[in-house]
Design a protein around this ligand. Structure first.
Ligand code: GLA
Ligand code: ZN
Length: 674
């Protein structure tokens, strides 16, 4: 069993991507001096170094990397060493132009950026294995080596390729998955629009078509593309395990929904030794800290609850949004420590020294263009010291209060064309449900629909369009055994082939919800509908309504307008020892809160008393003790009520009765008594 924590690190990881190849060697000496000043413990090296390590085919030059790693080692800085396989050199693509990926429209990408890789290309696979083996042989037992970093962000910027090599590889995947062409015809429903295939050889990738392409074919292609990237990851990982035993292997994920939506991280989480994640704030006016918390919770869940590592985030602005604001004073540390609260054993950045050249020169870094007489640098040094005092947190686990069911494959299916309403957005529902739980100060684990839910008093299902029979049974058993479930509309509709479950909607969830849906009736753009409860209270839905027919469920809220007027809008079904709620319209975060309040009542989940909005309180616990993280996202000091006393680790102060958290700051209390 390879270890799961970076080798040789005693406390939390702190550092960033380090690209010494962009700088003259004199600068390296300043780099390591500054790294020590900032308390850097580990850096990621070599992510884009293939052209440097193998300037021509089979001719390896390791001098630069030897010297850089040696210098880091002399200075006590651990190395997260990358395989550079996300950026094959120009000579490689000249020799193998077929290894550049092709879009659905048939356009082949050119060299000159990064990541334009066809993951089915035999030439690419052979070259990636060869350079990985070289690196593993040279550095596999190097004393500085802490972690292997395979590739970079699989799935970004290209996840699927539609070339001839991929077509052949897809046919092999279909043969392995289905056996015969008849099975494929059945699964894809090719009787519709006359798409029947006589042989697997006739099947092509779902390239651009004049109108909607077969949705089951597209869904399978998304699975195939994900599995193909994973084949390449595991091939590199296995070489590293063989030649560098005991050193954990990772690849950096991007779990935040929409930053990379083509990778099934449930499957990838099982393949890495340590889950690592990259997270960047999307500054589109929403509460970015809620999205950060969600991404961190999702990452921890993909890691099965184990500690993970934030491998990249930014010290200040990014450079790929339309507008890239700087971070406010204190925001960087607040972001970093919010990730740590939710299970990250460290905080790392893209990148160490801000580049002078290339595509990302305006992306912030630990050492900014402005140099060390700058706010960013002073905050970088401050954060290093702070993380240093949190060493004992390493290895502990974040404690969750509730779970949200999430499935990338369902999301892929949901996002295909010709659905009842383009205004329904599965990710928006996940965001809104998460935000409502966040505002109740509940820490959320994410769960696969077929995963074990028994630990959670409350489970929400914001959008699970694709629900397998097995997932339906799992959710039903959860409720029967005493759980409280809240399901949002357009869930439980299709099976794994995007085929509608037999019988009325929602096929896979009819029994657990105690109802059927006779028809969907999405609303017009901007249209709203009132729903009312027996006590006269009122909420507003938009986007979606439907004709719900109870079969055992009680109607709690009723449509007061729209085509479904008079019919059930929100229902509650007692089943076995538990309860299942169904919300058949889109409620905003505030209105959703009302429903979640009622469900939390069923789940006997008491609201956390005395916590203001945007003050996050999260607990990590383990062998070294119990730690309460309080993150204050507001502009005023907060007092977090305590039923224990302890020592605040960043200031060394004792706290009892309450924990004071200054505006915009973070406090971490080691709880001294239970
Ligand atoms: C990603 C990549 C990095 C860098 C950052 C910042 O996370 O992994 O190489 O491009 O984004 O844009
Ligand atoms: Zn291809």
């Amino acid at each position: 069993m390879p270890d799961t924590a970076p080798k040789g690190l005693k406390g939390l990881a702190y550092g960033g991507d380090y690209n010494p190849e962009q700088w003259p060697e004199e600068v390296w000496h300043e780099d390591v001096r500054l790294m020590r000043e900032a308390g850097v413990t580990m850096v990621s090296v070599g992510i884009f170094s293939w052209a440097l390590l193998e300037p021509e085919p089979g001719n390896y030059e390791f001098g630069l990397l030897d010297r850089a790693i040696g210098l880091l080692h002399e200075n006590g800085i651990r190395v997260d060493l990358a395989t550079p396989t996300v950026a094959p050199p120009a000579w490689f693509f000249r020799a193998h132009p077929e290894a550049l990926s092709v879009t659905r429209e048939g356009m082949r990408y050119a060299f000159g950026s990064r990541g334009a890789i066809c993951h089915s290309s035999p030439a690419y696979r052979a070259a990636a294995a060869a350079i990985t083996e070289q690196l593993a042989r040279r550095y596999g037992t190097h004393p500085a080596l802490a972690l292997w970093h395979v590739h970079n962000e699989y799935g970004v910027p290209v996840s699927a390729c539609y070339c001839e090599n991929c077509a052949a590889h897809f046919r092999r995947w279909l043969e392995r998955t289905y056996g015969t062409v008849d099975e494929v015809n059945e699964a894809w429903g090719t009787a519709f629009w006359g798409q029947r295939y006589a042989s697997l050889d006739e099947i092509e990738p779902p390239r651009a078509t004049p109108t909607v392409c077969n949705p089951a074919q597209r869904l399978d292609y998304a699975r195939f593309a994900d599995a193909t990237m994973r084949e390449n990851f595991t091939a590199e990982r296995d070489i590293l395990h063989r030649l560098s035993p005991g050193v954990p292997v990772t690849t950096n994920f991007m779990t935040a929904l929409s930053q990379c939506d083509t990778v099934d991280y449930w499957a990838w989480g099982r393949e890495v030794d340590l889950v690592t994640n990259d997270h960047y704030l999307i500054t589109d006016g929403r509460r970015t800290h809620v999205n950060l918390a969600m991404a961190a919770d999702l990452t921890r869940s993909v890691a099965g609850g184990a500690p993970w590592l934030l491998l990249e985030h930014s010290t200040s602005g990014v450079s790929w949004q339309p507008r890239n604001p700087a971070k406010a004073p204190g925001e960087m540390a607040r972001n970093s420590l919010a990730h740590v609260a939710r299970g990250s054993d460290g905080a790392m950045f893209f990148q160490w020294r801000q580049s002078r050249r290339g595509a990302e020169k305006f992306h912030s870094a630990m050492v900014p263009h402005a140099g060390t007489d700058s706010r960013v640098w002073r905050e970088v040094v401050g954060l290093g010291a702070g993380l240093g005092s949190l060493a004992a947190v390493r290895g502990t686990r974040t404690v969750a209060d509730a779970a949200m069911v999430w499935d990338w494959q369902s999301w892929w299916a949901q996002n295909l064309e010709w659905r009842p309403s383009e205004d329904h957005d599965a990710r928006e529902r996940a965001d809104s449900f998460y935000e409502a739980l966040y505002d109740r100060h509940l820490t959320v684990d994410f769960a696969h629909p077929e995963g074990d839910l028994s630990a959670y008093p409350l489970v929400v299902v914001p959008a699970l369009y694709l629900t397998t029979e097995a997932a339906g049974r799992n959710l039903r058993a959860y409720v029967e055994n005493g759980g409280t479930l809240v399901v949002s509309y357009f869930s439980g509709i299709v099976d794994e082939h995007d085929a509608v479950h037999d019988g009325p909607h929602p096929g896979a969830l009819r029994e657990v919800l105690g109802l059927t849906v006779e028809e969907f009736s999405p609303l017009g753009e901007g249209e709203r509908v009132r729903i009312t409860a027996a006590d006269g209270s009122e909420l507003t839905g938009d986007v979606w309504t439907e004709f719900v027919v109870p079969h055992g469920a009680e109607t709690v809220w009723t449509y007061a307008g729209g085509l479904a007027a008079g019919g059930p809008a929100v229902t509650r079904h007692r089943l076995g020892k538990g309860t299942a709620w169904y919300v058949s319209t889109r409620l905003g975060a505030g209105d959703l809160d009302t429903i979640l309040d009622a469900a939390a009542g069923d789940a006997r989940l008491a609201p956390r008393a005395g916590l203001p909005r945007d003050v996050e309180v999260v607990r990590r616990t383990g062998e070294t003790g119990s730690y309460l993280f309080a993150v204050n996202h507001t502009a005023t000091e907060a007092k977090v009520p305590l039923d224990a006393h302890g020592t605040e680790l960043l200031t060394g102060e004792l706290a009892a009765g309450h924990l004071g958290v200054p505006a915009g700051a973070v406090r971490v209390l080691r709880i001294d008594d239970a």
